[in-house]
Design a protein around this ligand. Structure first.
Ligand code: GNR
Ligand code: NI
Length: 170
């Protein structure tokens, strides 16, 4: 397994739309394993392939406290269940140290393939539902800052650019 570097906002590569996976083969399973290692190491609850500069529709998630519930989502799709919205403070491994409340559907039905290429579906609510919508957005090149006002987004962009400059100078 390998831990991979995570792209950070405002890197334009995060804006790439990911292509569907055609066959879930050993190469895709290797990608999934690398993504799980990267996500656990970074202490995130989700990671989209886009974030490691691989533009294929692959996501990993684990919202458990003890890394015991890995979820693999290949070519995920979701549909809202009802029209109730939910507001939750979100973070993103590509926008470290910034958090903001983002409105999402409270409940969604997820359809995806697992690491064996088998189709499955599940109903999600609350944090898991937020995470599914957040990761799906990554595959479309969308970030949570896109839901904020231009002023807030710009403030975050400037702080991230400062962080990257400091990291470069160090
Ligand atoms: O670690 C993460 N936490 C989180 C919290 C609320 C809603 C979504 C997330 S996903 C994020 C990891 C990440 O950046 N995934 O793309
Ligand atoms: Ni994210």
């Amino acid at each position: 397994m390998a831990k991979l570097p995570i792209l950070e906002f405002p890197d334009e590569r995060l804006r790439t739309k990911a292509a569907p996976v055609e066959t879930v083969d050993d190469e895709v399973r290797q990608l999934v394993d690398d993504m799980l290692e990267t996500m656990y190491d970074a202490r995130g609850i989700g990671l989209a392939a886009t974030q490691i500069d691989v533009h294929r529709r692959v996501v990993v998630m684990d919202i458990s406290d003890d890394n015991s519930q890995p979820l693999v989502l290949i070519n995920p799709r979701y549909t809202p269940i009802g029209d109730e919205k939910d507001l939750l403070s979100e973070g993103c491994l590509s926008i470290p140290e910034h958090y903001a409340e983002v409105p999402r559907f409270l409940k969604v039905q997820l359809n995806a393939l697992d690491r064996n290429g088998e189709a499955y579906e599940l109903e999600a609510e609350g944090l898991l539902a937020h995470c599914i919508q957040h990761e799906y957005d990554h595959l479309e090149g969308v970030l949570f800052v896109d839901y904020l006002s231009p002023l807030k987004r710009d403030r975050i962009r400037k702080k991230m650019q400062k962080r990257h400059k400091q990291m470069q100078d160090a």
